[in-house]
Ligand binder design. Structure first.
Ligand SMILES: CC(C)(COP(=O)(O)OP(=O)(O)OC[C@H]1O[C@@H](n2cnc3c(N)ncnc32)[C@H](O)[C@@H]1OP(=O)(O)O)[C@@H](O)C(=O)NCCC(=O)NCCS
Length: 180
C-alpha cells in the first residue's frame, strides 16, 4: 500500500491509515451506527474492538485508507474478503464512511477512487458494496461510480424497530481473466 494517494478526481488527500487514526475512524463509524442504517451494527463499537479490527486488517494484508484535511480524518474506507472460500479470491467487499459534517464535498469519491485503484493494483476482478435499500444517498453515490445493482435481499436486517432490505452493488474492475 502506497503511503499517500491523492485522488485525481477531487484533490482530497487519501493515505493508508495508521493505528493512531483508529479513534477518528471509530468516531465516524459510531456516528453512522447510532444515527443510520448504513451499518447493521446495533450498538456503538468499542475502541478496543476497532483496534482489533484494524490489526486484523493489517495482518491479513487488506488496506485501510483515510481521507484527511490537514490533521483531521474526514473519512475512511477499506475492503476485504467477499466470502472466505479461495475461489472468491478475485472479489472483495468494500466499506466507505465519510464524517457526517464532511459529506457532499467529494470526500467519498476520493476514497473510492483510491479503493478502486488499490483493488486494480492487487489484480482484483470485481468489487461488491452492501448498501441498505433505504440509503438513497449511498445508492446514488455507488451508481455514480459505475456500480450496478445486482441483488436485493428482503428483510435480512432489523434495526430501529423495522426490517431492513440490503442491496448489493457490483463494479467490474476490467481486469483480464486470470489463468488459474
Ligand atoms: C455515501 C457516502 C460515502 C458518500 O460520500 P460523500 O463524500 O458524501 O459523497 P461525494 O461528495 O464524494 O459525492 C459523490 C457523488 O455521489 C453522489 N451522492 C453522494 N451523496 C449523495 C446523496 N446523499 N444523494 C444523492 N447523491 C449523492 C453524487 O452524484 C455526488 O456527486 P455530485 O456531488 O457531483 O453530485 C457518505 O454520504 C457516507 O459516508 N454516508 C454514510 C455511510 C454510508 O452510507 N456508507 C456507505 C455504505 S458502506
Amino acid at each position: 500500500m502506497r503511503d499517500a494517494i491523492t485522488s485525481v478526481h477531487t484533490g482530497v488527500p487519501v493515505r493508508a491509515a495508521t493505528r493512531a487514526d483508529v479513534p477518528a475512524i471509530l468516531e465516524i463509524y459510531n456516528h453512522a451506527v447510532i444515527h443510520t442504517t448504513a451499518s447493521y451494527d446495533l450498538e456503538p463499537v468499542s475502541l478496543e474492538s476497532r483496534l482489533d479490527w484494524y490489526d486484523h486488517k493489517v495482518q491479513d494484508g487488506w488496506p485501510v485508507l483515510v481521507s484527511v484535511n490537514g490533521d483531521d480524518v474526514t473519512g475512511w474506507a477499506t475492503f476485504g474478503s467477499f466470502r472466505e472460500k479461495p475461489g472468491y479470491r478475485y472479489t472483495a467487499e468494500h466499506s466507505v464512511y465519510v464524517r457526517h459534517d464532511c459529506r457532499g464535498e467529494g470526500v467519498g469519491q476520493a476514497l473510492m477512487a483510491a479503493v478502486i485503484a488499490e483493488a486494480r493494483t492487487r489484480g482484483l476482478h470485481t468489487l461488491i458494496g452492501g448498501v441498505d435499500a433505504d440509503n438513497a444517498g449511498s445508492l446514488a453515490f455507488h451508481e455514480g461510480l459505475g456500480f450496478t445493482r445486482v441483488a436485493h435481499f428482503r428483510q435480512v436486517g432489523h434495526k430501529f424497530g423495522r426490517w431492513l432490505d440490503l442491496v448489493f452493488l457490483q463494479l467490474d474492475l476490467g481486469q483480464p481473466t486470470p489463468q488459474q
